[in-house]
Structures are given as C-alpha cells and as structure tokens.
Design a protein around this ligand. Structure first.
Ligand code: FE2
Ligand code: FE2
Length: 370
C-alpha cells in the first residue's frame, strides 16, 4: 500500500495542534474509572434473554457483548499502532491526541461489558483468559499509515463502534436499564471520537487536497479490528445486525455525511468517489472509471460536483449541497439537457455500484435499495 507521501504546511500542523489543545481542554464527559461500581450489583443482564428479538439466541447475545468487550479491551494495541505512525510522520498533534485523550478515554470502555457478561453467568476466569489472548494478539493495522490514513480509519471505526454500542443499548433497554445506560455512556464517547477524527481529516485535506487518494485508500483498506482480534464474533455481525434493528441506509447516510463534511464540498466528495471507483474498477454503464475520471477532469469542479451530488442524493443528503440559486445550472447551460441526463446516469450508477457498507452491512447478495 502506498503510504509514502504525506505533507501538510506548517500552518496546518499548527491548526491541528490547536484543535488537539482544545480537545484536551474540553474532552467532554469522560467516563470515570469507578463510575459504574454502584450499578454492578443491580445488573441482571440474564433478564434480557427473555426479551431478545426472534432470531437472536442467548449465545448470539453473549457474542454481541463479547465482541464489544474484546475489541474495547485492546485499547493499548490500537494506541501503540497510532503512536508509532504519529512518530513516523512527525505528527505530534496526533501523538498527543492519542496518548493524552484517546487512550485514557478508551481504557474505560470495556469494563461495563465485563460486568454485563459476569451478570450473564460467565466466569471471571473465562473472561480474563479471553481478554489476555486478545491483548497478546498480533494486530496489524490495515488501511494505510499516514496521519490522514489513520484519522480516516478513525472516523469509520469510531462511527461503527458508536453504532454498535447503540444497538446493544437497544437490546438491553427494556430488561436491564442500568446496563443500557452503561452502553449508552460508552456510545456517547465514540460519537465524540468520530467528530474529532472528522475534524482532523478536514484540516489535513483542506491544507493539502493531494491527500484525497489517501482518504480513498484508507476507506478501501478499512477493516474492523474485530476481524483480527475476535473473528469468531466479528464474522457474525452481518447476521446479527438486522435482528438488532440496524438501519443500513442510515449507516450509509451517516458515513457519507461524515466524509462529506470532512471534505468540505460536493466536488471533493465527487473526486473521492472517482478515486474509490477507479481503485475498485467500477464502471458507469460502458464507461470505465478512467474515462469517467478524464471526463470529470475536463468538466472540472462542476463535473466532480455532479458526482458528489449524486452520492449525497443517493443517501438522502441532497440538502447538503444546496447551492446558490442557479449556480450549477449556469455552469452547465452550454450543455443543455445533457446536464440532466448525465446527472440521472450518475445517480443511478452511484445507487447500483457503490458498496456503502464497508463490510458491515447485510450479506453481499442482499439487494441494495436505490
Ligand atoms: Fe471505545
Ligand atoms: Fe472510540
């Protein structure tokens, strides 16, 4: 994987430093080490088994909780991977964020799941053994190494984790409200992490638009760490998610919105789409991605803007590109009705071809609605 070129101007590094300083000063409502202690005795997570949705067994439910426990307990592993890359690319802002905010925050996330599994009847010894195995596992960080790669990874990983804790809270809410509260507490932290990484990507790409291919590379190489650390559970996620009430359209919409917000405008989002399509070899009807890229390049910003708009429309985010009245139309007036035809073609292409699901959606053969 090509991760060799990474440069941002000094002013951008200073802005990133200032962002991290702001985050350090106001990290939000961090979970305190013993915050849940008083709730632990009252937990009765076994009561949830009676209320599980049809299709989700007791073993599935334990697996859902174990996946959260085991992926959250490997904080030091991920922290080391990020720190090593921050040093390699001389990104002190990223190292500082990792060591002073992210790691201390994440270290509190696995404890509620341990309490829940104990309440389910699992033994201390079994959980200790599984946690130790995961912490000792050899984790290989996928998706590229530069700071823009790892912060893009951070957006997706934190968002999906946020979503996972939310789905768990939903399962727990009726029969084990204290446990649901704990899961929701963790979820809220992941929401903040997502937004912080989004802002870091935004500052980097704004300062150096040539980093965009790295964003694409990070997305294409993305894998949930659970695939390596707890594959026996991670591999069940796509089966579990529909029973847990996952809304795949909303997940796609949220991810596209996060990326679009990080990239700043529809044209840059369109460029990202072309990068993704070119790397994956997607075709627009008879048009290869390279030809599409050349055509979009000839049209310039407006051409990529159309693609970005098509993607945003596809996931129900059309409101995000409301341009000044007539601006796009003016740019395309010389093309007459071609504009609408191209737009319609791109929209259906986006609908049909793009894998929004980043490996967490329903089985690959499930229909994707347009
Ligand atoms: Fe976490
Ligand atoms: Fe997180």
């Amino acid at each position: 994987m090509n991760s060799t070129d990474y440069a941002i101007p000094t002013e951008a590094a200073e802005r990133l430093d200032a962002l991290v300083t702001r985050i350090e000063a106001r990290p939000g409502d961090m979970i305190r080490a013993h915050e849940f202690a008083s709730m632990q005795d009252r937990l009765n997570v076994r009561a949830v088994i009676e209320t599980l949705p049809e299709g989700l067994s007791e073993d599935d439910f334990a697996g859902v909780l174990k996946l959260a426990l085991l992926t959250e307990c490997a904080t030091e592993t991920y922290g080391d991977a990020f720190r090593e890359r921050a040093v390699r690319y001389d990104a002190s802002w990223l190292g500082r964020f990792n060591d002073r905010v992210w790691v201390p925050d994440e270290l509190t996330h696995h404890t509620p799941y341990r309490s829940m599994l104990l309440s389910m009847g699992l033994s201390d010894a079994e959980l200790d053994r599984e946690i130790r195995d995961v912490r000792q596992a050899n984790y290989i960080h996928d998706g590229g190494d530069t700071p823009v790669h790892v912060t893009t990874f951070g957006i997706v990983q934190e968002y999906l984790t946020d979503n996972w804790h939310g789905l768990i809270a939903g399962l727990l809410r009726k029969a084990a409200p204290e446990a649901a509260y704990m899961a929701t507490r963790v979820k809220r932290r992941e929401t903040l992490h997502t937004v912080w990484y989004r802002d870091m990507v935004a500052l980097q790409v704004e300062a150096n638009p040539l980093l965009l291919p790295h964003v694409a590379e990070a997305l294409l190489g993305f894998q949930m760490p659970g695939n390596q650390l707890a594959p026996q559970w991670q591999s069940q996620v796509s089966r579990w998610m529909p029973y847990m009430g996952a809304d795949f359209e909303r997940i796609a919409r949220d991810l596209v919105r996060l990326l679009h917000t990080a990239l700043g405008d529809a044209a840059t989002t369109g460029r990202l789409l072309v990068e993704l399509a070119a790397a994956k070899g997607f075709r627009v009807g008879p048009v290869s991605p390279r030809v599409l890229q050349a055509a979009a390049n000839r049209l310039g910003g407006p051409g990529f803007g159309l693609l970005g708009e098509a993607l945003l429309e596809r996931v129900g985010l059309a409101y995000m590109f409301r341009q000044p009245a007539g601006a796009t139309d003016r740019a395309f007036r010389p093309y007459g009705g071609v504009y609408e035809r191209v737009r319609a073609m791109l929209r259906s292409w986006v609908s049909q071809q793009i894998d929004f699901r980043l490996g967490v959606g329903p089985p690959a053969d499930a229909p994707v609605s347009a």
